[in-house]
Design a protein around this ligand. Structure first.
Ligand SMILES: Cc1cc2nc3c(=O)[nH]c(=O)nc-3n(C[C@H](O)[C@H](O)[C@H](O)COP(=O)(O)OP(=O)(O)OC[C@H]3O[C@@H](n4cnc5c(N)ncnc54)[C@H](O)[C@@H]3O)c2cc1C
Length: 319
């Protein structure tokens, strides 16, 4: 009997899968940054594409651990069917380093108190603690899914983000060619939160410590991006006539009542033509303000701006 085509075709390996891992080491990198190294028998198959690749960290339920957590391709659908009390919390993070030969993965957690399960977990993480990572499968054709950094062939790079984007920015900077040019603006809570990052000589890395201004998230990042863009355009002989301050204030005001939608707009980048590419990630309201400034006032093409809301002030990550 002939087998149908559908039966004969091999099923494509999904881009993401679950990895059961344990904490191997915990390192306090800076006042608000903790690096956790996870080890697991099958982490030699964890995706190595790097950059800003995102993963889910699934946390244990008190008294239950992971007994109810569904594995398999449709883990999310099965998880949603569980009674609320049996749903393990999970949050989104960036892969900071992968060492397949050692079967290890590093993730850097921002500590922001115990309001959220992930921050609270990282504050007390210790060797032997168990989590599940939903991460890229190196053996899948979709192994680069979850990477939003797509600059194409542009002359100047602008990376801007708050502390939650610092691990992604650090990984992206390390991946750049030695002749890359641009700037990375990283807003962190305190001077003690500056991390050691390797960047090409032509890419300035500027840390902005909120403790200097006693301001909210975005309070230093927004004006720093605005100033850099205005100077960058002026240096290229592009006249600016817009009232930048007024436009930025307006955009910020518009954000007072953000809709309940994820903030995610990532261009492909392949059509960019040698100008500037901006990658913005961090607190949703600040990132939206920045994107509006870049697109509406500075005149960048939307396809030149990737913006990703990494978290939202006053709201837990939807799970
Ligand atoms: C693609 C992507 C990659 C990310 N990568 C990283 C990463 O590598 N490292 C990292 O630390 N975070 C990263 N984040 C952000 C992280 O997912 C959120 O900060 C998440 O809300 C943390 O979960 P939680 O359980 O600690 O807090 P939640 O339960 O989600 O939130 C509880 C409360 O804490 C607030 N909150 C959440 N995060 C912060 C914060 N950083 N500072 C102050 N208040 C906060 C919320 O507004 C809410 O009021 C990433 C997010 C995305 C979407």
């Amino acid at each position: 009997m002939l087998t149908s085509l559908a039966e004969a075709a091999p099923r494509e390996r999904p881009a993401y899968r679950s990895f059961r891992v344990r904490v191997a080491r915990v390192e306090r990198l800076a006042r608000h940054f903790t690096s956790v190294t996870f080890a697991g028998d099958d982490l030699d198959e964890f995706g190595t594409a790097g950059l800003d690749q995102r993963v889910k960290v699934v946390l244990p339920l008190p008294g239950v651990g992971f007994a109810a957590f569904p594995e398999g391709d449709d883990w999310y659908g099965a998880w949603r069917e569980l009674p609320a009390g049996l749903r393990n919390p999970f949050r989104t993070y960036t892969v900071r380093a992968v060492r397949p030969e050692a079967r290890e993965v590093d993730i850097v957690f921002v500590g922001h108190g115990d309001a959220g399960p992930a921050s609270a977990w990282a504050a007390t993480a210790a060797p032997g603690d168990e989590v599940v990572l939903i991460g890229p499968d190196e053996l899948s054709p979709g192994r680069t899914v979850g990477i939003d950094w797509r600059p194409g062939e542009v002359e100047t790079l602008l990376l801007a983000g708050d502390e939650t984007a610092a691990p992604a920015i650090a990984s992206i900077l390390e991946s750049l060619p030695s002749d890359a040019t641009g700037i990375a603006l990283i807003e962190v809570p305190a001077h003690a939160d500056r991390l050691g990052v390797r960047a090409p000589a032509g890419v300035e890395v500027r840390w902005l410590a909120r403790e200097d201004a006693d301001c909210l998230h975005g309070g230093l990042l927004i004006p720093a991006v605005r100033d850099w863009v205005v100077r960058h355009l002026a240096a290229r002989g592009v006249a600016r006539t817009a009232d930048v301050d007024a436009a930025t204030a307006l955009a910020a005001a518009e954000q007072a009542d953000l809709p309940d939608t994820p903030l995610w707009d990532v261009p492909e980048g392949h059509s960019l033509d040698g100008d500037c590419y901006a990658w913005l990630a961090g607190e949703a309201s600040a990132i939206t303000t920045l994107r509006r400034f870049l697109v509406r006032e500075a005149g960048l093409d939307r396809r030149q701006v990737a913006f990703i809301g990494y978290w939202r002030m006053g709201r837990a990550e939807l799970d």
